[in-house]
Design a protein around this ligand. Structure first.
Ligand code: PLP
Length: 489
């Protein structure tokens, strides 16, 4: 008997397929099916303000649930190390063509399983393409195979000495941009630039100074937590002056590029040699990564396997094709513009109530709440917000002294709630809810140590109940996947 799909939904094929899949899972693995449904209900009941998340379409999700997952296809379209790849060739080529069209890129490689993988593929492709070993014209497969063990070791050390210049973690850079605990800083000599301590903005003069001194092979622009635009023309000028390759990681803002919000010098494709992205944040596709590049790097990037990756995930590549198709539709432009309007309304709402946000505003999908002047950590704020139904994550703010675990900030993003249909008025109301919680939040004292906790907190129960009910009332008007009529439990 059907668990999930009542007959009234039978008109909609995506709904039927989705509910039938859940029905089936309920029969074969009820523990898993129950958790999927519990996750859906949790997401329905919370305000998702995680800046790196979104709600993908049922089409994107359905494209991943099929036999493509069984197929091995190492290589790239029409050049595989496996037999029987005709159909995955067509799928991958279609996804790559759509990505090229969407971003006006010369070349697209859609295999990376994640943003971190895409960055590794890009970094190594640059090394292979640009590092000159004395006596070796180019790092071709033949040349590499012919090196003696000693020559290969010399080459390895030469690659290892190359410099990567990226945005520091506390200024909003990502772990893969040269953070010491990430492989990017272990395989290269990693140097970082910070935002300006006063304005909290990128300082291109200062970046140029560091670049002149450090002579990076790779200048990396892009962020996980920087709320402003980047001038990619200026970054390219700096790269050209010092002979560096400009790599841009647009993992967070690729949806704003695709949707035409970031234009001119803020559109990275024209200026960067190589651009990486995730497909699941503002772009609203499946979890995954991709690399876009100028033709110079196309051959190196296509060899992401065996360089970094194992077998591609054709089922996810199919879902990426659906995502690119959706982002090419005209309503995606409107969606992207609304994301930014919403984050600006959220930032305004927080600031007018007396909370501080990094750079006093935002130009993109994210707002960084700065708690440095309050006796609170990001961890406490994150936990208290979650208690009342707001899901957001703690994040370092520039020159954060509390470290990446506790942090002095909270990162808020509007891509998901914009998908849910909310607008600036709802953002203002959410700012009110967040302010109500933060204003009433206190660190708990750890009795045994007589010290204030960095994680535990005190929030008056009546306030928590009131905030929780404001969240529920708001969510009632913006149902998530309303076509999936799965009863609340
Ligand atoms: N690059 C940036 C700028 C990111 O923010 C992230 C993830 O948050 C990544 C790369 C890594 O993406 P993934 O988690 O898919 O590996």
């Amino acid at each position: 008997m059907s668990q999930f799909h009542p007959t009234k939904n039978l008109k909609n094929s995506a709904v039927i397929a989705y509910l039938a899949a859940l029905d089936h899972l309920k029969l074969v693995a009820p523990e898993i099916a129950d958790q999927i449904v519990a996750e859906l209900q949790d997401q329905r009941r919370s305000l998702k303000l995680i800046a790196s998340e979104n709600y993908s379409s049922l089409s994107v999700q359905l494209a991943m649930g099929n036999l493509l997952t069984d197929k091995y296809c190492e290589g790239y379209p029409y050049h595989r190390f496996y037999a029987g790849c005709e159909h995955v060739d067509a799928i991958e080529q279609r996804a790559a063509d759509l990505a090229k069209q969407l971003f006006s890129a010369d070349h697209a490689y859609v295999q990376p399983h994640s943003g971190a993988d895409a960055n590794l593929v890009a970094l190594w492709s640059i090394l292979i393409q640009r590092v000159q070993q004395p006596g070796i014209e180019k790092l071709s497969k033949k040349n590499l195979d012919e090196l003696s063990v000693d020559e290969y070791e010399q080459l390895r050390q030469l690659l290892n000495r190359q410099t990567l210049l990226g945005l520091s973690l506390h200024s909003g850079g990502h772990l893969t941009h040269g953070y010491r605990h990430n492989v990017s800083a272990k395989m290269l000599r990693a140097v970082s630039y910070d935002v300006d301590p006063k304005t909290q903005l990128l300082d291109y003069g200062r970046i140029a100074e560091i670049a002149r001194k450090e002579k990076p092979l790779i200048l990396l622009a892009g962020y996980s937590a920087y709320p402003r635009l980047i001038d990619f023309a200026k970054m390219r000028e700096i790269a050209d002056e010092v002979g560096a390759v400009l790599m841009v990681d647009m993992a967070h803002f690729s949806g704003l590029v695709a949707g035409g919000v970031f234009k001119g010098v803020h559109h990275p494709i024209e200026y960067a040699h190589i651009v990486t992205s995730t497909t699941h944040k503002t772009l609203r596709g499946p979890r995954g990564g991709m690399v876009l590049c100028k033709n110079e790097f196309a051959d190196a990037v296509n060899k992401g396997c065996p360089l970094i990756l194992g077998g591609p995930l054709p089922h996810v590549i199919a879902a990426k094709a659906i995502c690119f198709q959706e982002a090419l539709a005209s309503d995606f432009k409107d969606y992207a513009a609304r994301i930014v309007k919403n984050s600006q309304a959220l930032a305004e709402g927080l600031m007018k109530r007396g909370l501080k946000v990094v750079t006093n505003g935002t130009d993109n999908h994210l707002v960084l709440l700065d708690l440095t002047e309050l006796p609170l950590t990001g961890r406490q704020a994150e936990l208290a917000l979650r208690e009342i139904g707001v899901t957001a994550n703690r994040n370092m703010v520039p020159f954060d002294t509390k470290g990446p675990w506790y942090t002095a900030g909270v990162r808020l993003g509007t891509a998901a709630l914009t998908t849910r249909g909310m607008g600036p008025d709802q953002m203002d109301h959410i700012a009110h809810i967040i302010h109500t919680v933060i204003r009433n939040l206190k660190p708990a004292t750890i009795e045994e140590r007589g010290k204030l906790s960095l994680a535990r907190y005190i929030l008056d129960e009546a306030i928590a109940i009131r905030a929780r009910s404001m969240v529920s009332e708001l969510l009632e008007h913006y149902p998530l996947y309303p076509e999936l009529k799965i009863e609340e439990r």
